[in-house]
Design a protein around this ligand. Structure first.
Ligand code: SOE
Length: 363
């Protein structure tokens, strides 16, 4: 039976525009998708580069007018990979036009906008590109936690460490509050929070410190916070662009009554697991290579032991989205999940400004 055609408009041609373009090309080669994907139009601000991007990644048309693209009748799915400040207006326009909507993280630059986006897109399939949920080792960590292998959780420790803060030219949109909304809080801590909510459940309150090292910069370069989880565990979160020597260390460590898990994206094919019920003399962290057919997602790609990379997380996320969308549903993390993450970031901002613990607003 011929598959239904899915005509995609991608808005954005930067780093994420390339990661998403690659996913549209590769997903049908690794997953049996319910749609035939057509890369119909790519939209961006730099018209000169847009032509090259379209040719390189196989987009049929180019446009510099997202408002026209978001409501075009020959588009089924609008994918937002723009600077953060455009996420909300584009998502609202696309949802109003009845399109499926995909949006890069963080979902919005404020909790209010995130809530508006979640309610606007409630009747159409949607997803936030928190791609690290589709790292096989992270998805496997979730299975281990869900099955009770760690027992009651005591500690959740998360870090996202990058080093490019001191060196980037001031023109970068991620360093401008007007376009980014915040600094590492939205850019890096949002990943940590999304993963934490998925692995360890809701966060109820936070105490945060935001710090800017670069003179004159109006976004945070580093964000630190402590958190209380609804399950009784406590957590620490650290995100920074000033971690000299760390390129992209997105890591977590979870300690429970029955075991421990440890992950670091720079070694993304591995997950460390300690089973605290092992006899003490042989107890120690096992470094699992999470590339087997039994592991989440891995079997869709290569044979066991053949390593996966960053791009596979986007391919698998897109495949999950399309499978749910064919049923008229949204996979996790949908815009409501994105708003839940935004609520934690919002509490962190309030806490840093007031110097007090702040409750996370219920979504
Ligand atoms: C920032 O350097 C960045 O590109 C983030 O924006 C991405 O979300 C993260 O996955 C990698 O780092």
């Amino acid at each position: 039976m011929p598959k239904k055609l899915l005509r995609v408009a991608l808005i954005g041609q930067g780093f994420m525009g390339r990661a998403h373009s690659n996913a549209y090309r590769q997903a049908p080669r690794f997953f049996d998708l319910p749609f035939e994907i057509e890369c119909r139009v790519i939209c961006g601000r730099d018209a000169g580069r847009l032509r090259w991007t379209a040719e390189t990644w196989g987009w049929k048309e180019i446009s510099t007018d997202w408002e026209e693209v978001a409501s075009r009748p020959d588009i089924d799915l609008v994918d937002i990979a723009t600077p953060n400040s455009l996420h909300c207006p584009i998502a609202l326009a696309a949802a109003k036009a009845g399109k499926m909507v995909l949006c890069e993280k963080p979902l919005a630059t404020s909790l209010d906008d995130a809530m508006r986006m979640a309610s606007a897109a409630a009747r159409t399939p949607n997803m936030v590109w928190f791609n690290y949920r589709r790292v096989p080792a992270v998805a496997f960590a979730r299975q281990l936690v869900e099955s009770g292998r760690l027992g009651q959780i005591y500690h959740y420790r998360a870090t996202y460490l990058q080093e490019w803060g001191p060196t980037r030219p001031p023109g970068n949109w991620k360093l401008q509050r007007a376009e980014a909304g915040s600094g590492v809080l939205g850019d890096l801590a949002s990943h940590l929070v999304d993963t934490a909510l998925w692995l360890n459940g809701p966060i109820t309150s936070v105490s945060a410190l935001l710090h800017t090292f670069a003179p004159g910069r109006d976004v945070d370069d580093a964000a630190l916070f402590q958190a209380r989880f609804a399950n009784g565990s406590i957590g620490t979160f650290e995100a920074t662009r000033y971690a000299t020597g760390r390129r992209n260390c997105n890591a977590f460590e979870i300690h429970g009554e029955r075991g421990m898990l440890r992950f670091d994206l720079e070694y993304m094919n591995h997950l460390e697991f300690l089973d605290a019920t092992d006899p003490r003399e042989v107890r120690g962290p096992r470094r699992l290579l999470v590339t087997d057919f039994e592991h989440p997602y891995a079997g869709h790609f290569w044979k066991p032991g053949h390593l996966l990379g960053y791009e596979h997380t986007f391919i698998a996320a897109l495949a999950d989205f399309l499978e749910a969308a064919a049923r008229g549903e949204s996979p996790q993390p949908d815009f409501h999940d994105g708003a839940r993450t935004q609520a934690v970031l919002d509490a962190a901002e309030r806490s840093a400004a007031s110097g007090t613990w702040q409750e996370v607003k219920a979504i």
